[in-house]
Design a protein. Structure first.
Length: 307
């Protein structure tokens, strides 16, 4: 038995919470995963997992073993990187996590250049709006938006600023007029991002007065979605006013497909209004393939005017 493959299988089951989901991620049969875990528990003489028909959870012994196993796998991956990346050629698999809208606009365009510069580098894109655990999901580098916890063990490279803007198409503004005050948003069709708490309001504060009270404006509209690019396209089509990250609509504003409104107000001010970062684990600080990807992404963002 390959002990490292055994640890990888166990950690994947613990992370995904099931044998079938772990099998899908590993690309093997569920029965193979079950056999590996059964053999591991038999060898150790202790139950690592609580199993039921609905879920799989870690036992107390399993939690400690999982933490140790994760550290071992991280160290092995770092050792592999150190050996495989010696010399000038960047090669190997790079797993990148990013929000789908960001990946479509800023990562997809750099793929041809990445291929030319580093033909032996293989990229695996994991696209989700959720914040994933780099260790649990075997992610090499992730693009994250917002403030970075100063106590985090992750290395963070700032890529560009992040702020939200209100915008609409010229055709929509011609029909309905541009809002001149935050309160006027209440009579507009507003394109809203779907939140789990069903919040139906936008918050605005004058940019020239950080101490001013935040106005909370109730909004209405016929379209809401949990995907920024869907809302962007709806705004371009003239369906209403959208609140989107500036990096999502940067090109549309520059080229006139969308027009910013109430641009003298901060929109939904809060901890997200900091920056976009590329983050990776401390033990990957010397990885050439991470550095190659991040440097190219940063170059592309700068060329696009994102700073």
């Amino acid at each position: 038995m390959d002990r490292f493959a055994e640890l990888k299988t166990f950690c994947t089951v613990a992370t995904t919470g099931g044998f079938s989901s772990a099998a899908r991620q590993l690309g093997v049969a569920t029965s193979s995963v079950t056999r590996v875990i059964d053999a591991l528990e038999e060898r150790l003489g202790v139950a690592l997992l609580n199993r039921s028909t609905r879920s799989v959870t870690l036992t107390e012994a399993g939690r400690g073993y999982h933490a140790d196993a994760q550290r071992i796998l991280e160290q092995l991956e770092a050792a592999d990187d150190a050996v495989s990346e010696r010399g000038d050629e960047v090669k190997g698999m790079l797993r990148v996590a990013a929000p789908p809208a960001f990946a479509a606009q800023y990562i997809a365009p750099i793929l041809p250049d990445l291929r030319v510069r580093h033909p032996r580098l293989t990229l695996d894109l994991c696209l989700s709006n959720a914040t994933v655990s780099l260790a649990d999901e075997s992610i090499d580098v992730a693009v994250r938006i917002g403030s970075i916890d100063p106590d985090s063990r992750l290395v963070a490279r700032r890529l560009a600023a992040h702020e939200r803007v209100l915008c609409a198409s010229p055709a929509y503004l011609k029909r309905h007029g541009a809002p001149r005050e935050p309160s006027e948003l209440a009579r507009h069709d507003c394109l809203q991002f779907s939140f789990t708490d069903n919040r139906r309001s936008w918050r605005l504060r004058p940019k020239d007065d950080a101490n001013a009270a935040i106005e909370e404006i109730p909004i209405r509209g016929v379209v809401q979605a949990d995907n920024a690019d869907v809302l962007r396209q709806a705004a371009i089509a003239g369906l209403g006013v959208a609140m989107l990250a500036q990096w999502v609509v940067h090109a549309d504003l520059r080229e006139g497909r969308l027009v910013q409104v109430l641009d003298d107000y901060d929109v939904n001010p809060g901890p997200m209004d900091v920056a976009m970062y590329a983050v990776y684990q401390e033990n990957r600080r010397g990885s050439q393939k991470i550095r190659a990807f991040v440097e190219l992404l940063a170059e592309h963002l700068a060329r696009a005017g994102m700073r």
